[in-house]
Write a protein that binds this ligand. Structure first.
Ligand SMILES: *Cc1c(COP(=O)(O)O)cnc(C)c1O
Length: 394
């Protein structure tokens, strides 16, 4: 059964919670009550809906991929989050949380980012609302993701290099946490997926579920006799685009499939498949599935797509898995790259490597899906990945 809200301890049947420093507890409590108030306030919704419509470009279209449908022998629809402003679904969340920041009377936003996609979406919302914005990023990631660093700086955001540890996402999260402990009076920390301590997984789910709600009404126009698709497929990194498109369908007869990164292959141990191949534990303030060794040390994830290269997953997905509400599968780097080429050549759409994991799974499974109506959440566009896929000299 779908849970409207986590319980009073912030748990989805055991998963989630608040594994956070004592000093942050009041901030998390304030955030929970402020969001609950905002979310019950028609004025907040009116303001957010206007921004989503006129600035983000919602509703994003649902497109019937005619040539691929023929090729696969099914009805394939794409929910075009790649057409949202900044090129992915992440803006739905950052716009909502930036607006909430304003409502809470806070003037400063912090965030952390690995590949820079969440950083850019946060920087965009803050530029629009005139908020000071600091994004923590590991120094290694700053080198690897120069384009997104330039974008954030153009948007007026300060990108702070984190040199501790391995200089990647984990270290950036710790730095952002340290900042927040000291600055919580005037600062909101925008987390980028359905992860982290309660109330973040709940807030981000509420802000992303617009994807699935739009899809519900759009599909009745496309397939009047079959307004509910047979299946909805989405890639799962932290799990926010999947949560957003799944949530309205959870517990219905629509089959939901989340596709994780199998990286070099599950058997190599070099992957990002926390639900398919991980086990329960605590990461980033929350009890959920993660990749860990026998001692409970968190392992490095690997995926060719930066957005899926994360050793944990949102706690509500852990609940969905154990309750049998969503099926979780995985796709390797090579299969995802092939799917990028397939969609580009067949439909003229270059998808993000993340979203290509979902398409690759549909392509692989097509024989068992003949005649079905299948919707893929096309979480983002692939411009950011072109150089990585084709090599710099081509
Ligand atoms: C960040 C990102 C993801 C992964 O994050 P989720 O929270 O799992 O959605 C997927 N697709 C794109 C395009 C992204 O930028």
């Amino acid at each position: 059964m779908r849970l409207e809200r986590p319980d009073t301890r912030g748990r989805f049947a055991g998963f989630g919670g608040q594994f956070a420093p004592e000093t942050l507890m009041p901030a998390l409590e304030e955030l929970e009550s402020e969001f609950a108030k905002a979310w019950a306030d028609p004025e907040f919704h009116a303001e957010l809906d206007a921004l989503l419509r006129d600035y983000v470009g919602r509703p994003t279209p649902v497109y019937r991929a005619a040539r691929l449908s023929d090729q696969f022998g099914l009805e394939l629809y794409l929910k075009r989050e790649d057409l949202a402003h900044t090129g992915a679904h992440k803006i739905n969340n950052t716009m909502g949380q930036a607006l909430l920041t304003q409502r809470m009377g806070k003037s400063r936003v912090i965030a952390e980012t690995g590949a820079g996609q969440h950083g850019v979406a946060t920087a965009t919302a803050c530029a629009l609302l005139g908020q000071e914005c600091v994004v923590y990023m590991g120094e290694k990631d700053i080198e690897r993701q120069a384009l997104n660093v330039h974008r954030m700086r153009m948007l007026g955001t300060e990108v702070r290099a984190v040199t501790s540890g391995a200089g990647t996402l984990k270290d950036a999260v710790s730095a952002a946490m340290r900042d927040w402990v000291a600055s919580v009076a005037d600062t909101h920390y925008i987390i980028g997926s359905v992860v982290g301590p309660h109330p973040f997984p709940w807030i981000v789910r509420e802000l992303q579920k617009v994807i699935g709600e739009e899809l519900q009404s759009q599909m009745s126009g496309k397939e009047p006799n079959r307004p509910r698709p047979d299946m909805v497929v989405a890639c799962v990194g932290g799990g926010s685009n999947a949560m957003g498109i799944f949530y309205p369908y959870v517990g219905s007869d629509v089959e939901l499939v989340g596709v994780e990164a199998a990286g070099y292959g599950l058997e190599t141990g070099q992957h990002g498949a926390s639900l398919v191949a991980g086990s329960p534990g605590v990461i980033h303030g929350s009890m959920t599935y993660l990749l860990q060794d026998d001692q409970g040390q968190i392992l490095e994830a690997h995926s060719i797509s930066a957005g899926l290269d994360y050793p944990g997953v949102g706690p509500e997905h852990a609940y969905f898995k154990e309750a049998g509400l969503v099926r979780y599968e995985s796709i390797t780097d090579d299969e995802a790259v092939a799917a990028v080429h397939l969609l580009a050549a067949t439909e003229g759409i270059i998808p993000a490597l993340e979203s290509a994991h979902g398409l690759a799974w549909i392509a692989k499974e097509a024989g068992n899906l003949q005649g079905k109506v299948v919707v893929l959440n096309l979480s983002g566009r692939g411009d950011k990945d072109v150089e990585q896929i084709t090599g710099p000299d081509e």
